[in-house]
Design a protein around this ligand. Structure first.
Ligand code: GLC
Length: 556
């Protein structure tokens, strides 16, 4: 396919890497990761093949929700550095051709934010209507607390204000009122500020909640929340034509489509595929391709120039909320049977390698899927080396431990005393003595080397990420086989979810006599006979194959 397309719509063939500056690399030895440290590690990310870094919140914060509770949308938390150091990091990333996006958390602020402090101080405060107030919690307001272990209600009474305020998340995170035009203007100003400093877009936190205003102001509710999202997108692209907004929208597929702006594609540039992610785990638990295959068949085609973002794990609990109760129990049983591994009755506070008992074939299979399935892959730091969680750390923070660079003290993350670190290092078989960057860089058989190979091939084959795809029919129930076609190029991928080897025969239409399939992850060529190809896959085996025409010279 035409590489110029892939370069233009960069987000459709990107490799996005999510990290928290706080836990990535400590450049000044005080125990906390910082922008200086991150700048030193940009080369590592570039050499791995990362094309876009997603920064988790780095803004000033009381840090009661790992930085998702913000007190100044225009600043850098002093623990992480200064605005100047952030800009230096952006320059280093730019020199490597890496784009940077950041979390935009504007559903709420911290209750310590000066806007909220002003709002609660008096009904006449200019910021009063920046939040959502009610005399009584409304019977018909939004339902469902997000953190059921901590919160019982979405409304909290504030003594000083003499009213209740809406908080979708923790009570220390009052929701901003986007029905108020002054709030919408301010959000645009925040976007504009960071775009001007050189960001290429945002991962927008909790989009469905952001658009909802709690029914508190009745007549003043946003008449059409999606019009607001359209306005935001238009503003973004007026300021920077290549900037993107990648939305956290964990809803069924048809509802998620609305956040792309349906067929117009004029709202979010990208949406995470939460459904496909959850079905992937069901497939893994069952050793059968069907759940994931069904998700891929059901997944609506994204509107032109927008894209799905695929992922295996992120910084939150592995949410399984869109599976049925029985399906969720199946996954719990397979990958997190103990209560201490589970969270909010809907998810697992674990990373992949420990869930798969360190089975390297199976771990490789999952990342091969991630990079070959249609959509833009998003990695969470440490996935590339197979980091696991530390269950002694509370809640979701179990998966947010410091990056493991080497087998030195603190995993080479920091030279400070261990008690100064933002979280303890992982202990045991997945700790830095066994799992770290330095040793994997030297080992051609490491997970990191595998990841690099996958990324290289993924970038060479944009058909995979954004071609027209088709899940192929066959009779091996453990195998997911799909093909991706774009501008005359065809790539076929096959993945075996079972613990034992399997052979599968695939029918490949629209191929011509003499066409052959060349393996992209190993050596080998397989002839296509009468439009059919027979493939062998090892236990948890995977193959990517490019269709090569007779006489065509193939350079991998
Ligand atoms: C999103 C984030 C999560 C955070 C919450 C509140 O769901 O992914 O980490 O706690 O929003 O901002």
């Amino acid at each position: 396919m035409r590489m110029s397309h892939a370069a233009d719509l960069w987000w459709k063939n990107a490799v996005i890497y999510c990290l928290d500056v706080e836990t990535f690399f400590d450049g000044d030895g005080d125990g906390c990761g910082d922008f200086n440290g991150l700048a030193q590690r940009v080369g590592y990310l570039d050499e791995m093949g990362v094309t876009c870094i997603w920064l988790m919140p780095f803004y000033p914060t009381p840090d009661r929700d790992d930085g998702y509770d913000i007190t100044d949308f225009y600043g850098v938390d002093p623990r992480l550095g200064t605005n100047g150091e952030l800009v230096e990091f952006l320059r280093v990333a730019r020199d490597r051709g890496i784009r940077v996006i950041a979390d935009l958390v504007v559903n709420h602020t911290s209750d310590k934010h000066p806007w909220f402090q002003s709002a609660r101080s008096s009904p006449d405060s200019p910021h009063r209507d920046w939040y959502v107030w009610r005399d009584e919690p409304p019977a018909d307001g939004p339902k469902g607390v997000v953190f059921p272990d901590q919160e019982k209600s979405l409304w909290e009474y504030d003594e000083k204000a003499g009213q209740y305020y809406l908080h979708r998340f923790y009570k220390h995170q009052p929701d901003l009122n986007v029905a108020n035009p002054a709030v919408r203007d301010e959000i645009a100003r925040v976007l504009g500020y960071w775009l001007h400093l050189g960001l290429s877009g945002f991962r927008v936190d909790a989009v469905p909640f952001l658009l909802e205003t709690g029914g508190a102001l009745d007549a003043e509710d946003l008449p059409d929340p999606h019009e607001y999202l359209r306005d935001l997108r238009a503003f973004l692209n007026r300021r920077n034509g290549e900037a993107v907004i990648l939305g956290e929208v964990n809803l069924p597929y048809p509802d998620t489509m609305r956040f792309f702006g349906d067929e117009d594609g004029d709202e979010l540039t990208m949406c995470f595929d939460f459904i496909g992610m959850q079905r992937l785990y069901l497939s893994l638990a069952r050793g059968k391709a069907a759940p994931l295959a069904e998700a891929l068949r059901e997944r609506p085609e994204q509107p032109k120039d927008t894209h799905w973002a695929t992922f295996v794990r992120n910084h939150d609990e592995l949410t399984l909320d869109k599976l049925s109760e029985e399906e969720r129990q199946e996954v719990f049983e397979a990958f997190g049977p103990e209560k201490r591994m589970q969270l909010y009755d809907r998810g697992l506070r674990r990373r992949l390698p420990s869930m798969l008992d360190g089975d390297m074939d199976r771990i490789r299979l999952v990342y091969s899927l991630l990079f070959s399935m249609p959509g833009t892959p998003v990695l969470f730091y440490g996935e590339e080396i197979g980091m696991a969680e530390e269950l002694s750390v509370e809640g979701r923070n179990a998966v947010r431990t410091p990056m493991q660079w080497s087998d030195d003290d603190n995993g080479g993350f920091s030279t400070a005393d261990p008690e100064k670190l933002p979280a303890p290092m992982v202990q045991g078989e997945f700790g830095p003595e066994k799992v770290n960057v330095v040793s994997q860089l030297r080992d051609p058989d490491s997970l990191l080397s595998w990841m690099k190979l996958l990324i290289r091939r993924y970038r060479q084959c944009p058909e995979l990420a954004w071609g027209r795809y088709e899940v192929l029919e066959h009779d091996a129930e453990s195998v997911l086989a799909h093909r991706a076609d774009q501008d005359g190029g065809t790539v076929v991928a096959a993945h075996n979810f079972a613990d034992e080897p399997v052979d599968v025969t695939l029918r490949l239409d629209r191929l011509e006599p003499g066409d052959r399939l060349v393996d992209l992850l190993s050596d080998g060529t397989t002839p296509v006979e009468d439009g059919e190809v027979r493939l062998s896959l090892g236990r948890y085996g995977c193959r990517w194959l490019r269709v090569v025409k007779p006489g065509e010279v193939f350079v991998p």
